[in-house]
Design a protein. Sequence first.
Length: 333
Amino acid sequence: MLPFKLIYSHDYFLPIGEHVFQAEKYRRVHDQLIADHVAEPSDFVNPEPASDQDVLLVHIPQYVQKLKNGNLSAREEQEMEVPYSPELVRAFWLAAGGSILAAEHALRDRLAVNIGGGFHHAFPDHGEGFCMINDVAIAVRRMQRDSKIRTAMIVDCDVHHGNGTAAIFAGTRTPRDPLPSTSAPALGSASRPAPRGKMRHGHAGDVFTISLHQRNNYPAWKPHSSIDVDLPDGTGDDDYLAWLDNALSSGLRQFEPDLICYIAGADPYQQDQLGGLELSVEGLKRRDELVFRVAKARNIPLMVTYAGGYAARVEDTVRIHCNTVIAAKEVFD
């Protein structure tokens, strides 16, 4: 038995037809974890859908009504990049309920993993980039509303910038000048210069957001997070991990979260169809281990969501997502 819970429903499947977003991955991750004896059926907890009141903690009433009534304009559906259906609305409400449940279990058990979620491109008034509503933001606001936390930190390691999350929690942040990495020796040498990444800092409100992403990738407009790490094309394992370590250290010097929400995207993978970074499967597992070790050392509850993963072979995406659970087991067991 795992020392933490995995949040999952067979209804996580997104009814979007043939699509670069491989919606079958959730079921395959669940089945693989059991087949490999990483998890037992008793480790999984079935979520309930978020309520409309939960969703309205983040999204404006007009947008929620459009989703519930099927009144999206053609442009709004095009921005979302997935075909609208009432079944899809139910699936996203369920994913948000899963992230709420993961946050609750993380506060109780120190860690929980939602085998889904991480829809970080959704804004308060519209969806983008395969994301209808922002489940992590909803979970954070629900925990704050219920006085279970005061502050939260979102660590977004999807290959794409977390634009919706950054906008939702923008508050009174103002951009600062780029700061160099304090881990510069790890980022390059005389024979191998460091990549020209940038770390941009901004002030934080009650939610501190970190986005570690490929600079030259979706979305074109990247609102300021509390910390943005803009990585150049082709960034590999060691450089990525050095930037992540620096971002976590910098963020936790500035901010004391009651909960960390980790968006563990599989799309920094070197063979991802929508990414341009060069992380290996093992490098992505090391990334997960780093986040888990930092949270454990500081005794900060950690909830995990999965976000993107678009490898040509769905088996690679499934392996990367399974490794996130394996890394958590190794660090917290």
